[in-house]
Design a protein around this ligand. Structure first.
Ligand code: M7G
Length: 318
């Protein structure tokens, strides 16, 4: 089957042309946030300039994530020319201001999860974390039974693969049922700047939950994702492989194999050593030993309220 590229809408960063009309201040009639009733703040971070809120939309539980987006180089001169400045203080050569930017240069990336489950709420609630070391045996006896009954729905993944959602956002697709995948911008990236570039490659096959299921049989799939994912990102965004961090999460939140492609410049959540496994390391480990990921212990962080942590405690593993 032929591979396909969506070079149109996906070629980013976006320009502001699509945004012009938004300055009029009109409200989208089906806005899920205008009816949002705040229950509590789950987490906030002044440095990352984001806030995670739990609340209700028309009686349904919802999580809303607000995040100030990075200042873009391509709109800097417009920002400086067309904003209003209010002096806060002046002293010798120093002065500070509040700058009021035009609305289209002052957007807040907003993510809505509705209806949100208890698990979504917990995912974003600030919690103490513990490092768990899971042997291959622990995976089969503790983790696998737990994730089979408890994990997040992967309906959104199936929707992408079946073109029922986000079809216009697909940047590249290799439709091969065994080695194929779909590459598209991650939820977390607004595609307006390359600083925080974040795409995910979602595999077509549905029988691989995570890193733990991988064997040398999957090497053609993994090398295909690496090569075509990197080539596409180089072509579409001008970002070379040497500027990319390409990795799996273990544990992932969603148990359908996917690979994260992030800008090396961006400290993406979950890119630390306790959760991220570089695709290139995974390929080499499988080349050396087909059952590497079935046998070896893998460490990962679990939050205090994670049911899996309780299972590890009950099994006397913590
Ligand atoms: P993960 O390692 O399973 O979980 O990665 P994490 O969210 O704890 O990192 C799943 C990735 O898919 C994350 O980077 C999410 O931001 C992204 N993601 C999640 N959802 C529900 C969507 C979605 O609906 N669309 C897209 N494009 N990305 C999503």
């Amino acid at each position: 089957m032929a591979e396909s590229e969506n070079g149109g809408a996906a070629k980013r960063p976006k320009t502001d042309a699509d945004d012009e009309h938004r300055d009029a201040g009109e409200r989208s009639p089906d806005s899920p946030v205008s009816d949002f009733e705040i229950t509590r703040v789950l987490r906030e971070c002044a440095r990352e300039k984001n806030i995670f809120i739990h609340g209700k939309v028309k009686g349904q539980d919802a999580v809303v994530i607000l995040e100030k987006t990075p200042i873009r180089q391509d709109t800097l001169s417009e920002l400086l020319k067309s904003s209003r400045l209010h002096l806060e203080m002046k002293n010798d050569v120093y002065s500070s201001y509040q700058l009021q930017a035009p609305a289209h240069l002052n957007e807040i990336k907003t993510t809505v999860i509705c209806p949100a489950t208890e698990k979504h709420v917990k995912k974003y609630l600030h919690q103490e974390v513990f490092l768990v070391e899971e042997s291959g045996e622990d995976y089969r006896t503790v983790t696998l039974p737990y994730i089979s009954s408890q994990s997040f729905s992967v309906q959104w993944v199936h929707n992408i693969l079946e073109k029922k959602a986000e079809a216009d956002r697909i940047v590249f697709e290799d439709p091969d049922p065994v080695t194929g995948f779909v590459l598209l911008p991650d939820f977390k990236w607004d595609q307006k700047q390359l600083q925080d570039l974040y795409l995910i490659a979602i595999v077509h096959r549905r029988d691989v939950k995570s890193l733990r299921d991988l064997t040398s049989q999957h090497l053609p799939l993994l090398t295909n994702i690496r090569r075509k994912g990197e080539d596409t990102i180089q072509r579409q965004y001008g970002v070379p492989p040497s500027k990319l961090r390409v990795y799996f999460h273990y544990q992932p939140s969603y148990y359908h194999l996917h690979v994260h492609f992030t800008s090396l410049e961006y400290s993406a959540p979950g890119s630390g050593v306790e959760r991220a496994h570089l695709l290139s390391d995974v390929i080499q480990n499988l080349q050396a030993d087909s059952s590497y990921y079935q046998k070896r212990s893998l460490a990962f962080p679990l939050r205090a309220d994670d049911g899996l942590l309780l299972k590890f405690k009950e099994a006397g593993k913590l």
